[in-house]
Design a protein around this ligand. Structure first.
Ligand SMILES: Cc1cc2nc3c(=O)[nH]c(=O)nc-3n(C[C@H](O)[C@H](O)[C@H](O)COP(=O)(O)O)c2cc1C
Length: 198
């Protein structure tokens, strides 16, 4: 049964922003390399400071030899539902860059901000293509660094599971009630004209 989407925008926006959400009930469908590349293609076009494109994605599709390795990085809770995803990503960002005309790399102050844009593009493309993406901080970043051979000048940012939406009845009871697109604070809570308002 598809989950009803209770989200309503207060101001007119494209429906894709309300349709994207992060379920945990996935069907365990296989996914083609070509489909994964369409998600990554969307991430490719994200904006970044100096167009430095600091994002990196290490991924594994279910059924491939790399799958268990990435799944094993997740904490127990996230592994319990993400094991039914179709592809897992570890998202990394480069913490230094060489500005135009400079001879040596300098710290990239916006590497996480830029990479957040890339993840959002990836998630929106997945949603537009009939898949669902779910980001995670619940995984072992240190082990990810070692296991995936991530160099010191890269930050391990997040993990992402993408899959086909399954029936929530496959989840433990406590998670079934949370398996619905969540609400948001109104714009007035986070945007202020002219001066910060706490
Ligand atoms: C960076 C990031 C880390 C997250 N970590 C987890 C996680 O470890 N486990 C989990 O179940 N959900 C995780 N989430 C999902 C959020 O709880 C979810 O995005 C949020 O509640 C908003 O819901 P929506 O994505 O359905 O709109 C994470 C989301 C983001 C963006």
């Amino acid at each position: 049964m598809p989950q009803a989407n209770p989200r309503v925008a207060d101001h007119p926006i494209d429906s894709q922003f309300l349709s994207r959400w992060s379920p945990r009930a996935f069907t365990g469908a296989d996914i083609s390399e070509e489909t994964v590349l369409t998600f990554l293609e969307a991430a490719r076009w994200a904006p970044s400071s100096y167009n430095s494109q600091p994002w990196r994605f290490v991924y594994a599709r279910r059924g491939t030899p790399q799958w268990e390795g990435l799944l094993g990085l997740l904490n127990d809770f996230n592994r319990s539902w993400a094991e039914n995803a179709s592809v897992l990503f570890i998202v990394l960002s480069k913490t230094t860059f060489t500005p135009p005309g400079a001879a040596a790399p300098v710290p990239a102050v916006s590497h996480s901000f830029d990479t957040g844009s890339a993840w959002a593009y990836l998630a929106l493309q997945a949603s537009l293509s009939g898949w669902h993406a779910h980001a995670m901080v619940g995984f072992d970043k240190d082990r990810a660094r070692t296991q995936l051979g991530v160099p010191a000048d890269f930050s391990v940012e997040a993990a992402v599971a993408i899959g086909k939406l399954g029936d929530k009845s496959i989840l433990p009871e406590g998670l079934q009630s949370r398996e619905v697109p969540s609400p948001r604070e109104p714009v007035s809570k986070f945007a202020f004209e002219g001066k910060f308002q706490g």
